[in-house]
Design a protein around this ligand. Structure first.
Ligand SMILES: [Zn+2]
Ligand SMILES: [Zn+2]
Length: 366
């Protein structure tokens, strides 16, 4: 079994950290809770660290630094760099380098660092256990290398991470309730929080390319899932994100759960973020239309489709085509009301067509 592992490529530092913190979470953390219990302070510290570090990854590392989806005051950038380091997902420079490669070469076995076609385990954590081959060239992060805060974080990443991620929770515990509380802060808000948060964010690379729907494009494996959105602080609408990566929103519909978007928007109201980038409603609706049409055509071509299901799908196809035609023929006045009415009409037709597609699929199978 071990003879198949390429030991010369193992990233010993990262592998030891990931495995060590995971084992401590399964042994020392429950032992501490069994021996000393857990009080409100420890729970509050766990969640404070979880959300500070988690949003530093989603808001900072991902939407701000990787995709330049908005601009932020230096205090926001510094906060996300400091608490992002405490998430122990590497420096922002390396994280962004790998993430931009993922978007550019998504689903390409050779160039996507966490390609889902190599399996869920590889996309989730397996890729981190080995050094990238070839090593990241840093040729796609020249813009970030000009930022002195980014360069500072890259130089001192392990020290910042260890201090903010482990020593600060222990010191806060010490101040709250002495040495026992200090140990609790280290184990619960430090070690256990790192492990839980890492696996939540690793889900973006694994389950967000595996579970859910593809309403905007089936050209790549990324999927939309409300369940994953809860786990990943809003990043679960990954199909939308891969189609429109520069939009500061991932959950673009009003009812979708995207706390990272809500924070960026709120910060913009107090002047800490600005130039929030949004894709127009029309462009989004047209992407949904093209994808719904493509999926309907694919289903219609399915050899096992029953006559009833085929008739239902053909009807949906015609209605969708007619809605698209009306869309194209209407004058683009640029005023908000007609545009939003057209978008609403198109969305209704897409929903009806998708319902027909789902109904026909289950009947076809029956
Ligand atoms: Zn991204
Ligand atoms: Zn992805």
């Amino acid at each position: 079994m071990f003879s198949r592992i390429p030991f010369h490529r193992v990233n010993w530092l990262i592998s030891s950290f990931l495995i060590g913190t995971f084992l401590l979470s399964l042994t020392a953390v429950p032992a501490y809770i069994w021996r000393f219990g857990i009080d409100r302070f420890q729970i509050a510290l766990f969640f404070a660290m979880f959300f500070a570090c988690g949003f530093s990854i989603t808001l900072g590392y991902h939407r701000l630094f990787s995709h330049l989806a908005f601009q932020a005051h230096w205090t926001v950038r510094l906060f996300t760099l400091i608490f992002g380091a405490a998430a122990f997902e590497n420096s922002v420079l390396l994280w962004v380098c790998e993430h931009r490669s993922h978007h550019k070469h998504v689903d390409d076995d050779d160039q996507d660092p966490y390609c889902i076609s190599k399996g869920l385990f590889h996309a989730h954590i397996g890729w981190l256990l080995f050094k990238l081959d070839p090593p990241p060239p840093f040729d796609n992060v020249a813009d970030l290398q000009k930022d002195p805060l980014v360069r500072w974080q890259h130089r001192h990443i392990h020290w910042i991470g260890a201090f903010v991620g482990f020593i600060v929770p222990a010191l806060l515990g010490l101040a709250w309730g002495g040495w026992v509380s200090a140990l609790g802060g280290f184990l619960i808000a430090g070690v256990a929080r790192v492990v839980v948060l890492q696996h939540c964010t690793f889900c973006i690379n694994s389950l967000c390319h595996y579970l859910g729907t593809r309403p905007y494009s089936s050209r790549c494996s990324a999927r939309d899932s409300w369940l994953m959105a809860i786990v990943t602080l809003g990043e679960g609408y990954h199909n939308y994100h891969h189609e429109f990566q520069h939009d500061y929103r991932n959950g673009v519909k009003p009812w979708q759960i995207d706390p990272t978007k809500w924070i960026i928007w709120t910060l913009s109201k107090v002047g800490l973020t600005h130039k929030l980038r949004r894709v127009s409603e029309e462009k989004i609706a047209l992407a949904e239309l093209a994808e719904a049409q493509r999926q309907l055509q694919e289903r219609l071509a399915h050899p096992g489709l029953s006559e009833v299901a085929a008739a239902r799908l053909s009807g949906a196809c015609r209605r969708l085509q007619a809605a698209a035609q009306r869309w194209m023929e209407q004058p683009k006045t640029g005023s908000v009301t007609p545009v939003s009415l057209r978008v609403a009409e198109l969305r209704r037709e897409i929903r009806a067509a998708t319902a027909a597609f789902r109904g026909s699929y289950s009947r076809g199978r029956a």
